[in-house]
Design a protein around this ligand. Structure first.
Ligand SMILES: Cc1cc2nc3c(=O)[nH]c(=O)nc-3n(C[C@H](O)[C@H](O)[C@H](O)COP(=O)(O)O)c2cc1C
Length: 366
């Protein structure tokens, strides 16, 4: 029986001790209420994940503004009325033995007026090839308001007891939209050069630090490659990652792709390319912990990726949706009892069907 010694080592991030290197990455479940409140079902779901040996549990994309809603039933944090539910959720995760965090997001153009009740907003009036809703270009004053909304979201997360937050700068959502020439064609100081395209993200960081101080850990998730013609490539993101770190990010979580590149993204993931992307980003921020992700279905692979790519943390999503007890079963030498993810795509597909909640073909408990 393997002890997975390197995976089981604790890691300190700005004074927050993660008991091991396994992360449940942000996962929208559509288990929130239609107003974005935490529900009993959502709490029970995260409790099951957190009590089974995951070191860091990141609550899925939580909207920092109504216009930024990503899914029909995702959590929200754009008002103090959400504090009570979130605070219960974070306590349950903590009591279950994991460190609670939350991902904060704004969908930008990757949403629809049907979901948010208003026209989507974006850096430039270019529709996402998948969502197709024509977005309205944000004015500089409106951009400043969204920056404030992100910072307020972080302040509320801290107040509600999240040990850290993750800014969603990946997968083609608003922060990513500003970073990328694929979606940002602005000619003012928020567009053009990489420095200008990064301004939105860096302003969010500065405004956030002004509210929560310098010692609150901030993760930023990025898409290391967009896999789109004219989009961000690894050489761009190897410049962006150090900029984020210099301006207050403590952990970089490396994913890839945007909504429009989904098929390609899945294809690349099959080849383990995501792991190499994480290793390449790690080289650009050698002093900063990096999270790798992508089709890591068992702890032996997790350990292999950690060691081969030199990264500190490993995120496991679908394999934990399929079997939340994956880690405990592996550690107890009961690997033969693990219910394996069959990568059928039902979990993701179920989210976009009308009013549908996350399902899994092999986990009937959901
Ligand atoms: C149902 C589902 C919901 C997801 N929700 C989010 C999300 O809210 N934020 C995010 O950054 N990634 C999200 N992801 C992506 C995962 O965090 C993860 O990066 C991806 O599933 C690849 O990891 P895996 O191969 O271990 O599943 C989601 C994935 C799934 C399957």
């Amino acid at each position: 029986m393997s002890t997975f010694a390197s995976l089981m080592r604790p890691l300190d991030v700005k004074g927050v001790r993660l008991p091991n290197r396994i992360v449940f990455p942000p996962t929208v479940t559509n288990y929130a209420s239609d107003g974005g409140e935490v529900t009993e079902r959502l709490i029970r779901y995260y409790q099951e994940i957190a009590r089974n040996g995951v070191g860091l549990t990141v609550v899925g994309a939580t909207a920092i503004a109504r216009a930024g809603n990503l899914f029909p039933l995702c959590t929200r944090i754009d008002g103090d009325e959400y504090l009570e539910g979130l605070s219960r959720l974070f306590s349950v995760i903590r009591e279950a033995g994991s460190v609670p965090a939350v991902q904060l997001a704004h969908a930008g153009r990757q949403t629809s007026h049907k979901m948010t009740g208003e026209q989507p907003v974006a850096p430039s009036p270019l529709p996402c090839p998948v969502w197709k809703d024509l977005p309205r270009e944000l004015s500089p004053q409106e951009i400043e308001k969204v920056e404030d909304d992100f910072a307020e979201g972080v302040r509320r997360s801290k107040l509600a007891g999240a040990a850290m937050v993750e800014l969603h700068g990946a997968h083609g959502y608003l922060i990513n939209q500003f970073l990328s020439p694929f979606s940002n064609r602005r000619t003012d100081h928020y567009g053009g050069s990489l420095e200008n395209r990064a301004r939105f993200a860096l302003n969010i960081l500065h405004k956030t630090r002004a509210r929560v101080g310098s010692d609150y850990p901030i993760i930023c998730r990025i898409s290391a490659e967009e896999f789109m013609e004219g989009g961000l490539t690894l050489s761009d993101t190897r410049e962006i990652a150090p900029l984020l770190v210099k301006n207050g990010v403590d952990v970089i979580s490396v994913s890839a792709g945007v909504a429009a590149s989904r098929p390609l993204r899945d294809q690349h993931m099959k080849q383990g390319r995501f792991w190499e992307l994480a290793g390449a980003i790690k080289e650009s921020v050698p002093q900063t912990p990096v999270i790798a992700v992508g089709k890591i279905l068992d702890l032996a692979t997790a350990e292999k990726v950690m060691e081969s790519q030199g990264v500190e943390l490993i995120a496991i999503c679908r394999a934990l949706i399929a079997d939340p007890e994956l880690v405990t079963k592996s550690l107890e030498g009961r690997s033969d009892e693990i219910v394996r993810c069959i990568e059928c795509g039902e979990c993701t597909a179920s989210l976009v069907k009308d009013e549908s909640t996350m399902r899994c073909s092999v986990n009937p408990n959901l």
